[in-house]
Design a protein around this ligand. Structure first.
Ligand code: SF4
Length: 370
């Protein structure tokens, strides 16, 4: 794969250069300045959802609300989802909550200090187990995230698809071989930081790279950004979605999404995907019948919001509507409530519904009444 991995002196030079660069360049970040394993765990889960430069606020807000692991374990799931609001992929928050309860029940409230016990917890995969065991406990486990994959593919000139199992095994073995024993926390963070700030996807700073002298892509390729090999782009499907601001007097209906699915446990204005040939109004009436089994009158579109998820995108059309008859039943949702507009902030909503709330709030709720 590369002479680097066969040469103990080159490996030593790589470790020294990386650790020196990281020591001199690491950013001061709220979670990095703490060695509390609980903080490390929370931050590593959050980092899978958002960029480092956007994470400070989320992390600080989370730790203020749940200062210790026991506070997270004792919380209601709805409170955890509310604090997680905006980060997306809510299954991570639910799993973190479950894992905290298991850690209290089975590990005396202390985050396990080894890879095997960590990976047995809900929501903790290979990456998180390696990151927490190395960063919080200096266990010799190399991490492999997107940044590290990019650095390794260029450094070692790996011209195979890194998503293939065989290539991934090769990458894990290479990163484990490069890892500085006893300094796994700094080494792993140094690799991730190098990928984020120097060996960037589009414009790597090869001329100032601390490990440039050992890099095959720099030495042998005209364009290091040709690595890692990219997956062919698939076109994501796009769906129009109708959502109702359904009024009964001064109260509006919100529904809770089924706990196990996408955005599980979050609240939303009920509705769903428009089917071929349907108007938005027909779609909303049908969805409300199917999911909640009652009748509505539907008015105009109040606003539309575009939102992209990992595998598809939507345009969410918010329509004003009015309760007509029948008692709502939670058929296709976990729960439902009539609430006053000022109560909406007590619930966790997906980002697209939150945008609808902000839009209508700015213009006055009277406008949305139907
Ligand atoms: S020399 Fe360039 S391609 Fe190689 S690791 Fe450094 S930034 Fe990445």
């Amino acid at each position: 794969m590369s002479e680097l991995l066969d040469s103990p002196s080159s490996i030593a030079a790589f470790r020294t250069a990386l650790l020196a660069w990281y020591g001199a360049n690491k950013r001061s970040l709220a979670w990095r300045d703490s060695d509390d394993p609980y903080h490390v765990w929370i931050s590593e889960i959050m980092l899978q959802q958002t960029r480092v430069d956007q994470m400070d606020n989320y992390f600080t807000r989370f730790i203020e609300r749940f200062p210790a692991l026991v506070d997270l374990a004792a919380a209601q799931e709805a409170d955890v989802l509310k604090v997680w609001e905006g980060l997306g992929y809510y299954a991570r928050a639910r799993n973190m909550h479950k894992a905290a309860q298991l850690i209290v029940a089975e590990h005396g409230g202390r985050v396990p200090n080894n890879y095997e016990e960590l990976i047995a917890l809900p929501g903790i995969g290979e990456y998180t187990a390696a990151a927490v065991s190395s960063i919080a406990f200096d266990r010799d486990h190399a991490v492999l995230d997107g940044n590290v994959v990019r650095v390794l593919c260029r450094l070692l000139r790996i011209e195979e698809d890194p998503r293939r199992t065989a290539t991934r095994t090769q990458l894990i073995s290479a990163s484990q071989r490069l890892l500085q024993p006893g300094r796994a926390g700094d080494f792993n963070q140094g690799m991730m930081e190098l990928g984020a700030r120097v060996c960037t996807p589009q414009k790597p700073h090869c001329h100032t790279c601390p490990v440039g002298a050992l890099c095959r892509a720099k030495a042998e390729l005209d364009d290091p950004t040709s690595l890692p090999l990219k997956a062919p782009k698939k076109k994501k499907p796009h769906y129009p979605v109708a959502a109702g601001l359904i009024w009964k007097g001064d109260q509006v209906l919100i529904a809770q999404r089924p706990r196990d699915g996408m955005l599980g446990g979050l609240w939303e204005f009920p509705g769903g995907k428009r089917e071929e040939g349907e108007s938005l109004q027909e779609c909303l009436r049908r969805e409300i019948r199917e999911e909640l089994d009652f009748e509505i009158e539907v008015g105009e579109v109040l606003c539309s919001v575009d939102h992209a998820y990992s595998h598809f995108s939507i345009t969410l059309y918010a329509l004003s509507a009015r309760y007509k008859g029948g008692e709502p039943k939670a058929i296709g949702c976990a729960d439902w409530r009539w609430v006053y507009p000022e109560e909406l902030d007590d619930f966790a909503f997906p980002r697209s519904d939150r945008k609808v709330i902000e839009f209508v709030r700015q213009r006055g709720w009277q406008l949305a009444l139907f």
